[in-house]
Design a protein around this ligand. Sequence first.
Ligand SMILES: *Cc1c(COP(=O)(O)O)cnc(C)c1O
Length: 492
Amino acid sequence: MANAAPGSGDLPSAELWASHNRMVMEPLESNDPEVFGIIKKEKQRQRLELELIASENFASRAVLEALGSCMNNKYSEGYPGQRYYGGTEFVDELERLCQKRALQAYGLDPHKWGVNVQPYSGTGARTALVEPHGRIMGLDLPDGGHLTHGFMTEKKKISATSVFFESMPYKVNPTTGYIDYDRLEENARLFHPKLIIAGFSCYSRNLDYTRMRRIADANGALLMADMAHISGLVAAGVAPSPFEHCDVVTTTTHKTLRGCRAGMIFYRKGTRSVDPKTGKETLYNLESLINQAVFPGLQGGPHNHAIAGFAVALRQAMTPEFKAYQQQVVANCQALSAALVELGYNIVTGGSDNHLILLDLRNKGTDGGRAERVLELCSIACNKNTCPGDISALRPSGLRFGTPALTSRGFRQDDFRRVAAFIHRGEAGAGARPVRGIELTLRVQSDMSPKATLREFKEKLQEEGYQADLAALKEEVEAFAGTFPLPGLPVL
Ligand SMILES: *Cc1c(COP(=O)(O)O)cnc(C)c1O
């Protein structure tokens, strides 16, 4: 080091040290314009796009403030009162407050339920409940289940949950789109699962927890709900609560619950059953199993800033404003569904009880991959999804739409009717020629060989004629979306 004093080894100069001390105090904008610039671009994308991805939401300003706080700095392996580090007085207070709010938000008696708020996401609980190679049953991924409910294909075990466990999926009826509980019952009788998972990423109907409880009991299985998608609806009382019927309930905190990205695991405590003959009680042993599986089993130190973030979301979830929000989410979803049906689209199961719908494009002669791409180019964000009865997961024939994110921006039913029109074909302004969403997908396809691949389709979209239509619809979509406020921090 050229400017280090002789004999000082690698010690920094006074100047460099002063500069370091300025660096750690500098705002992001001037300290790292490159990252700042990317975040600004992302914020602009979120502001101008119609965000219809069912698992996404816009966290409130207060949630993001807590998430971006000094709670990030603290190590606290262990649980409140039993940590491996000092200085944990306030993170203990925070974690206990978060636990208390979590139980309150779902109306749970702290003598009967406990909750672990440390999971980095919602997917860890399985290993606590079932030994390696133990048997689990979850809704199949192509039928609306989640990857982590034991997903595998004929060729390959995809999710770690299908590597650790033996999994047998249950499915929806390919004609009605509703879960086939009769077959689940039959198969459970043959398969003898240790754990049945009630939960989904793409299913627009309420689950029959009562029926699933009966099936679990008949087979001595635990029943676990993974309410990741609907935890906000459940907290607001606009979707049936799984707690009455389940032994364990897991959730993420960043979907309809509108917190930051994290997870929670609720478990029953106290008496599991009483022998009618002897009066002998069997107790639940879930608390220590689950706590140990989370830490030290699967994770290290808790993300205290995330716990702070969703503790704020949980407080908001107990307000009348949040209930109003969730009621609006469901009303908006029904308005979107009805508007699309009116435009001639098929919705799987004919509609929705919750925050999402699955649009089946098979009667239109196109598929999810192509339509997703066209809508993306017009600033409408959604995702392709398999529909019940799809033969190949490689060519999913549907699109999943959810209303939580745009409802957080203040959208109501009329706004979603506008959204449906954008999805189908943009309402052309005075004098403008009609521009098209899914209709454009069909037109591009009709200009190509029916055998064209998705890649060829995407290349075709680059042609000038289509680019003009796409740009016109994009402009209209962005002009519309840009008029709505975006929750979050003032700048980033
Ligand atoms: C989103 C989701 C999860 C967890 O997802 P992460 O990406 O790990 O946060 C788990 N289960 C279901 C059903 C989900 O929809």
